[in-house]
Design a protein around this ligand. Structure first.
Ligand code: MG
Length: 258
C-alpha cells in the first residue's frame, strides 16, 4: 500500500505548538488530579472542561472506527491495571496502588497533538514503577533517533531494544502514527524493528511515538465494552506517548510537559 506522508513546513510546525502545549497541560492536570478515590469519569470531565475553555476539539468523542460498536463518547482514554490501551472511561473509583494510563488527543487551530502517560495512584508496587520507567526510557530512546536521515527502523529498534533488555515482550499490533490535521496518519511507527531499515525520516515529519508494554505477556484482548484492551494474563501495562516534529535542529517534542 502506498504511504501518504505529509511533511510540514517550519511555519506549520510552529502552528502545531499550541495543540502540543494544550495536550501537555491537560495531561499534567490529569496526573495532578488522579488519586485514590477519584472516579475515571471525573478525569474525563476535567479534560472535557479544559477542551471547552480552550476552544479545542476532541479527537476521541466522535471517534468511530470500523471495529467500534458506537462512537467513543469520551474525550480521553483511561486504562487501569490490566487495561493498557483505549480504556473507555467508566464509573470506576481509583484504588490504592492502581496503575493508570491516560491517553489524550485534541485539535487546536486545526492541528492535532497526541500524548499519553502512566502513573501509579497511592502506594506504588515497585514492579509497576519499573514498568513505567522502562516504557518512558523506550520513548526517550526512540525520540533521540527522530532526526532527518535516520530510518523508521532506528526509532522502532530503539524501543524494542529497551524492552528486550528489560525482559519485556513486545506487541506489534498497535504502535505510533503520523499526526497532523487528524489524529492518525501515515507512517506507522512500530514498537520494534530493524535498525537502518524502513522509511527514511525527513524534516517536517510529525509522528506520535508510543511504546506500551505489559509485565508478562504480549497478548491482549478487547474488553466487552468494545474498546478497552486488556492483557491476556491479567498483568499490568504502561503506555507513554509524545508527538514529535522531526526538524533539521533535531526532535521537537510538541507535547513536552513542564
Ligand atoms: Mg494517543
Amino acid at each position: 500500500m502506498r504511504l501518504v506522508i505529509e511533511l510540514r513546513t517550519p511555519t506549520q510546525i510552529e502552528e502545531m505548538r499550541p495543540a502540543g502545549r494544550f495536550v501537555a497541560s491537560v495531561l499534567s492536570a490529569l496526573v495532578d488530579k488522579a488519586d485514590v478515590g477519584v472516579n475515571l469519569l471525573e478525569l474525563d470531565a476535567l479534560a472535557h472542561d479544559m477542551i471547552r475553555e480552550r476552544g479545542a476539539e476532541s479527537c476521541y468523542i466522535d471517534y468511530h472506527p470500523s471495529f467500534g460498536a458506537s462512537p467513543f463518547g469520551k474525550v480521553l482514554c483511561t486504562s487501569v491495571n490490566d487495561a493498557v490501551l483505549h480504556g473507555l472511561p467508566h464509573d470506576y473509583v481509583l484504588q490504592d496502588g492502581d496503575l493508570l494510563s491516560v491517553d489524550f488527543a485534541a485539535s487546536v487551530d486545526g492541528w492535532v497533538s497526541d500524548s499519553a502517560v502512566s502513573v501509579v495512584v497511592g502506594t506504588p508496587r515497585e514492579e509497576d514503577l519499573q514498568l513505567i520507567e522502562v516504557t518512558g526510557r523506550a520513548l526517550e530512546a526512540a525520540i533521540e533517533w527522530a532526526r532527518p536521515g535516520n530510518r523508521m527502523g532506528d526509532i522502532s529498534h530503539a524501543i524494542g531494544q529497551v524492552a528486550r533488555t528489560a525482559g519485556l515482550a513486545i506487541n506489534l499490533q498497535f504502535g505510533g502514527h503520523g499526526v497532523g490535521r487528524t489524529m492518525h496518519g501515515d507512517p506507522h511507527v512500530p514498537n520494534d524493528g530493524r535498525p537502518g531499515r524502513g522509511f527514511r525520516l525527513k524534516a517536517g515529519l510529525v509522528i506520535a511515538i508510543e511504546p506500551w508494554f505489559l509485565h508478562t505477556t504480549d497478548q491482549i484482548y478487547t474488553d466487552p465494552d468494545g474498546w478497552t484492551l486488556r492483557s491476556a494474563d491479567g498483568s499490568r501495562g504502561a503506555h507513554m506517548e509524545h508527538t514529535i516534529a522531526i526538524t533539521d535542529d533535531g526532535p521537537l517534542v510538541l507535547t513536552a510537559r513542564d
